[in-house]
Design a protein. Sequence first.
Length: 108
Amino acid sequence: MAEIYYWPGGTWVKVEEGQAKVGVTEALFKKIPGGRISSIRFASPGTKVQQGEKLAVIMAGKSSIVVESPITGVVEEVNQNLKDPNDIIAIIKPENLEEDLKNLEKKG
């Protein structure tokens, strides 16, 4: 079973078979007013993101919540249908995983 690592900005990452599956923490998800997402704007697939930088913006009514990338890498896939904190919001091909993991908290 793959371990889950947490970024203090409210995201988690689980690495399996060279892919980093990224999701939002329950704490970040609770910031969404009423849990109702109107849209999500992502970094486009093929875009390089840096650890701690914007991966996506969740729009909920008049509110917007920035989703930070827990690792550095290239966005491979995004999920427009985020429903709860267990859902994967994006898949990233990691570029500097060993270094990035030093900045994350392992739980589990």
